[in-house]
Ligand binder design. Structure first.
Ligand SMILES: NC(=O)CC(=O)C(=O)O
Length: 275
């Protein structure tokens, strides 16, 4: 049964550094702030546990995955934090061990209010970008997930999972089916984010007539990188409900399931699809 009363969700924005312990402490403070304000679902950003000095650092802190018992400090932190606050915690991304020992899976693990794993999504699309001095190639250290959508059911409805660069591939979001909320942990670069972040997020909300909650890295990092931030909640009409432009903090706002129904009733574009 779906509980249809409006409820709060929050996107945590971090400026993660090169030390896992310090990053987990920062994430813990932000989740506690969101929970204290009443958020039922809280999302952390991509790479919330580490923005390493080099891309290979995430391989150094990789953890095996165990759905039954947290198999490392990052998974333990997520499980304990969800249970402590009694929330749904979308755990940004965790570097999970892959078959190739030189690479990881860049994975979102979702924990329920009981601290148990409720869903897993391995990032499908791997970011590559080169312009001037800037160069990114995730395929060097990350193995792409199997190309299939991941959703989970919470008491307030169905939630779809995606990560950062996935945002540029609308077919993934369509394949999620009927979701009321899409969550996107991210670490968009300052260059690409200033140009594309908001317009892409709002497009995904409008074309799927659902809420989008995007939790981002936002600021100048210890490793010299600069990320765009602008963590936000967007409603099914494409309005920005709440935004955290820069630096550490949260973007918190209400989800009203009746607005999804009303939007789809007024403008039945999803029913008008012919392909
Ligand atoms: N950092 C990413 O994975 C994606 C990004 O910055 C972009 O798509 O732009």
């Amino acid at each position: 049964m779906t509980d249809s009363a409006p409820f709060l969700v929050a996107a945590c924005q971090t400026v993660s550094g090169t030390h896992v312990e310090a990053n987990l402490a920062a994430a813990g403070r932000l989740v506690a702030e969101a929970a204290a304000q009443g958020a039922k679902l809280v999302a952390l950003p991509e790479y919330f546990c580490l923005m390493g000095a080099s891309d290979d650092d995430k391989v150094r802190v990789r953890e095996p995955f165990d759905a039954a018992a947290p198999a490392g400090p990052i998974q333990r932190f997520l499980s304990e934090t969800a249970a402590k606050h009694g929330i749904w915690l979308v755990g940004g991304t965790v570097p999970l061990a892959a078959d190739d020992p030189a690479k990881v899976l860049n994975t979102t693990l979702v924990y329920g209010p009981d601290g148990a794993v409720a869903a897993r999504y391995d990032k499908i699309h791997l970011f590559g970008f080169r312009k001037g001095e800037e160069s990114y190639d995730e395929s060097r250290t990350i193995v792409a997930g199997e190309p299939q959508p991941a959703v989970f059911d919470a008491p307030f409805g169905r939630v779809g999972l995606s990560i950062c660069y996935d945002l540029r591939f609308p077919e993934l979001f369509r394949a999620m089916g009927d979701v009321g909320l899409i969550v996107l942990p991210a670490a968009f670069t300052h260059t690409t984010g200033s140009a594309h972040w908001e317009v892409l997020l709002r497009a995904r909300a409008v074309e799927n007539q659902c809420y989008v909650l995007a939790s981002a890295q936002g600021g100048k990092h210890e490793n010299g990188r600069r990320t765009w931030g602008h963590s936000m909640l967007i409603d099914p009409w494409g309005n920005i409900v709440s935004v955290k432009p820069e630096g550490e903090g949260i973007a918190i706002g209400a989800i009203d399931l009746k607005l999804i129904e009303a939007t789809r009733g007024n403008l039945p574009a999803l029913r008008h699809r012919r392909m």
